[in-house]
Ligand binder design. Structure first.
Ligand SMILES: NC(=O)c1ccc[n+]([C@@H]2O[C@H](COP(=O)([O-])OP(=O)(O)OC[C@H]3O[C@@H](n4cnc5c(N)ncnc54)[C@H](OP(=O)(O)O)[C@@H]3O)[C@@H](O)[C@H]2O)c1
Length: 289
């Protein structure tokens, strides 16, 4: 039986549904029992636990062959790094206490770097904790930039523009969350004999630029937006203007800067899985929502 966290979100939902469709036993972890009903209807067990509650998570993990976990976003807390550490501490404690043999963590490209990468540094620390549990092996999905993040820029299409803090011709290693969820399910079924990381995202040409995104939007809507590049130094203030707490906004600016200067980049030599779902496919969904 596999335990899946984050099933009301992008990747956990796909992981759980993929496993159920393949005939595997699944236990979903939800905070609100009502949100587990759709999975119970498909034959899954439902455990109620907050990812920051080690005792409840231990119960949720008991008897699992493998577990899929993530450190969810949180746009309310004022100290995001402390929030991330609270979640990864609880997950690591619960994995150890429940003796889960295999844990798959949704991590990120750049999680090989200890600091200076914004929120990704919290995933570096989460990987470290899960790497040191006797009797447990971990697989880290070092995912690229979610294509779904583009949803935050689509509001400006009404004005004919696609805003970004990346240079218009900067190749961003993007990945659809559908691909991540499917990979998580596959990795759980495969199992693992040693702790390792898998890189996920990118294309044969190395990435997707915002000009590529504008082209795709043009093909879908018939109206190609103009890419408008904002300086990355203005990112924190802009996000705070949308209500994002300052510490989080600063971390996003740090992450984007680290992507632009090459601190966050794919590592040569790691197993790398290219994207299956195209940027255009995800954009079609976002634009029709
Ligand atoms: N965005 C990117 O470009 C990117 C790139 C690489 C890696 N990542 C990683 O991917 C993560 C997001 O993954 P995602 O898109 O699959 O998530 P998501 O769609 O944002 O969903 C988050 C899930 O976690 C659950 N959750 C939130 N807080 C919880 C808590 N305290 N206890 C239990 N469950 C909780 C939510 O359930 P509720 O229904 O209860 O809210 C929801 O199911 C990021 O946090 C980051 O670590 C992101």
């Amino acid at each position: 039986m596999y335990v899946i966290a984050g099933v009301t979100g992008n990747t956990g939902r796909v992981a759980a549904e993929t496993l159920l469709a393949r005939g595997e036993k699944v236990r979903v972890v939800v905070r609100d029992p009502a949100k587990g009903q759709a999975f119970a209807d498909k034959g899954a067990e439902v455990a109620v636990a907050d990812l920051s509650d080690a005792a409840a998570l231990t119960n949720a993990f008991r008897g699992a062959k493998g577990a899929y976990v993530l450190v969810p976003p949180n746009f309310v807390v004022t100290d995001f790094a402390a929030y991330q550490d609270g979640i990864s501490d609880a997950i690591a404690q619960a994995v150890a206490a429940a003796k889960v043999p295999h844990v798959v963590l949704l991590s990120s490209v750049g999680a090989d770097v200890p600091a200076g990468t914004g929120p990704i540094a919290g995933l570096y620390r989460a990987e470290a904790k899960l790497s040191n549990i006797p009797g447990t092996v971990a697989t880290f999905i070092r995912a690229g930039y979610f294509v779904e993040n583009l949803g935050g820029s689509l509001g400006a299409l009404a004005h004919g523009i696609l805003p970004t803090f990346f240079a218009a011709d900067f190749p961003v290693t993007m990945i659809a969350t559908q691909d991540i969820g499917e990979l998580a399910a596959t990795l759980l079924i495969e199992g693992a004999s040693q702790t390792s990381a898998v890189q996920l995202g990118g294309t044969a040409t190395g990435g997707t630029t915002y000009e590529d995104v504008a082209d795709a939007i043009g093909r879908i809507t018939g109206k190609r937006p103009q890419v408008v590049v904002n300086p990355v130094s203005a990112m924190s203030d802009a996000l705070q203007g949308f209500g994002v707490p300052k510490t989080m906004a600063d971390l996003y600016q740090e992450m984007t800067t680290a992507m632009l200067n090459g601190t966050i980049t794919h590592q040569p030599g790691l197993r790398t899985i290219p994207m299956k779902t195209s940027v255009e496919t995800v954009l079609r969904g976002l634009l029709s929502a």
